[in-house]
Every structure is written in structure tokens, then in C-alpha cells.
Design a protein around this ligand. Structure first.
Ligand code: PGA
Length: 256
């Protein structure tokens, strides 16, 4: 099964409007300027989604959001619904560790957000990953299994087919430390086996990403495993030249 490599840029709460435009323009030139076999999507902060959509108009670069409300509308001050994002975005990050651990988001809420994203016709990027204490205690597989099943079990197979799963060990995010390529592949293979148990006919087509201190210099090795189909990139997505190089390093040779 050949899966197009995917690079997702998560800008988090970074950039001003001008920087956002420059980064989006650079991504567009990377993808539209030369035939490389990679898919790219950018997740800017909410206020930049509409201006970045303008920069990306007519481009193959996709647009995503970093979060959304599970609710369709109503008295939820400060929240943004999936329906508000869907005119602009094809993707939404769900369950990022900075939401799970920084905002106390629990599995049930993440599940509702994921369903809201699907309902509005967008693709959820479900983030899962263990804390350092979990890894030290040998609980990585248990944590990942719990998070994947809590988010996806019971959904129709056709809905699971529209998801991307990003494995991001929490201790590797923004720290400069990464999992080994072997660890990334081992967890990705575990996730694919879980997907097979939930939606056997679609599991081979779902993309599984690695995230956590990915940059141009390590992306090829971190995604070398057969089940690792790309990268979720934070800090390194804020450097236009570096992110372009990362995307090129991720691309499969055109002939493959
Ligand atoms: P990082 O962030 O690349 O800065 O480690 C990754 C992420 O949080 O998705």
C-alpha cells in the first residue's frame, strides 16, 4: 500500500500576520514549484486561518486548525466550532498533548471533538503519545492503545479511514529529544494493528505520523519505518527554508 507522505506544520501560538503570510507563501512555493511526492498542510493560529487561506488559494498546500470545540454552536465563550472552520480547513488537530496535558482535555472530550471534525467533512489528525514517566515505566504501548481506542473505537470504518494518527511522545515535543526511528516504527506498527482491528479494510490506507522535535536533518530517518508516513512538525515549521527542506526530505522519489 503506497501512502503519500504527509507533513503537517503546527505553528502553535506563534507568528504574527506578516510571518504567517511569508511561511504560507514559502510552503506554497515548495509544493507548487516542483513536482515532489509529498502532501503538506499548515495549521496556523485561528486568526490567521482566513488570511493564510488567501495566500494558499489555488495551491495544493492544505489548511488545518489546531483545535476546535466539540459543540456545534452556543454560549461557549472563546471557542471555535468545527462548522466555523470547515469553509477554510480540511484538517483539524485533535488531542494534541498541549491540549491533553496543558488544558486537561480528557479522552471523552477528544472523542467528541474528533466526531465534530468528521461531521463537518474535515479530516481529524488524532495526536497520541506517552509522558516520559509512562515510557520509563514501560507503559508506552498501553497509553497509546488507550488513547487510540478511546478516540476511534465504535466509529464506522469509513470514518476511521478519514483520520490521520500522529504519534508524538510528549517528552519529545519541543525538547530537541526524539524517539529513535525504531521506537517510532514500533509504535506506528502498533497503531496500524489497532486500526486493523477497528477498520480492517481501511487500516493500510491511514497515514500515521511521527511528531516531536522533527527537523530537516532527522525527518528521513524518523520516518524511515514502513508504517511511519510523515511528520507533525512544530518548531521546525516556523523556519521557511528549513520546513521546505524537511518536506523535500520526506518526499518519496517520484518513481516509487
Ligand atoms: P515540535 O512540536 O516539533 O516543536 O517538537 C511538535 C508538535 O507539538 O506537534
Amino acid at each position: 500500500m503506497s501512502r503519500t507522505p504527509l507533513a503537517i506544520a503546527n505553528w502553535k501560538m506563534n507568528t504574527d500576520l506578516e510571518t504567517a503570510r511569508v511561511l504560507a507563501q514559502a510552503a506554497r512555493e515548495t509544493l507548487d514549484g516542483e513536482p515532489i511526492a509529498v502532501e503538506i498542510a499548515i495549521c496556523p493560529p485561528f486568526p490567521w486561518i482566513v488570511p493564510v487561506a488567501g495566500v494558499l488559494e489555488g495551491s495544493a498546500v492544505g489548511l488545518g486548525a489546531q483545535d476546535c470545540s466539540p459543540e456545534p454552536n452556543g454560549a461557549f465563550t472563546g471557542d471555535v466550532s468545527a462548522a466555523m472552520l470547515s469553509p477554510w480547513c480540511a484538517w483539524v488537530l485533535v488531542g494534541h498533548s498541549e491540549r491533553r496535558h496543558g488544558h486537561g482535555e480528557r479522552d471523552a472530550l477528544i472523542r467528541r471533538k474528533l466526531e465534530a471534525v468528521l461531521k463537518e467533512g474535515m479530516q481529524p489528525i488524532l495526536c497520541v503519545g506517552e509522558l516520559e514517566a509512562d515510557r520509563d515505566a514501560g507503559r508506552t504501548a498501553e497509553v497509546v492503545q488507550h488513547q487510540v481506542l478511546a478516540a476511534l473505537k465504535g466509529l464506522p470504518a469509513s470514518a476511521i479511514a478519514r483520520c490521520v494518527v500522529a504519534y508524538e511522545p510528549v517528552w519529545a515535543i519541543g525538547t530537541g529529544r526524539t524517539a529513535t526511528a525504531g521506537d517510532a516504527q514500533e509504535v506506528a506498527a502498533q497503531i496500524r494493528a489497532l486500526l486493523t482491528s477497528l477498520a480492517s479494510e481501511h487500516a493500510a490506507a491511514v497515514r500515521i505520523l511521527y511528531g516531536g522535535s522533527v527537523k530537516a536533518g532527522n525527518v528521513a530517518s524518523l520516518t524511515a519505518g514502513p508504517d511511519v508516513d510523515g511528520a507533525l512538525v512544530g518548531g521546525a515549521s516556523l523556519d521557511p527554508a528549513g520546513f521546505a527542506e524537511l518536506c523535500r526530505a520526506l518526499a518519496r522519489p517520484a518513481a516509487a
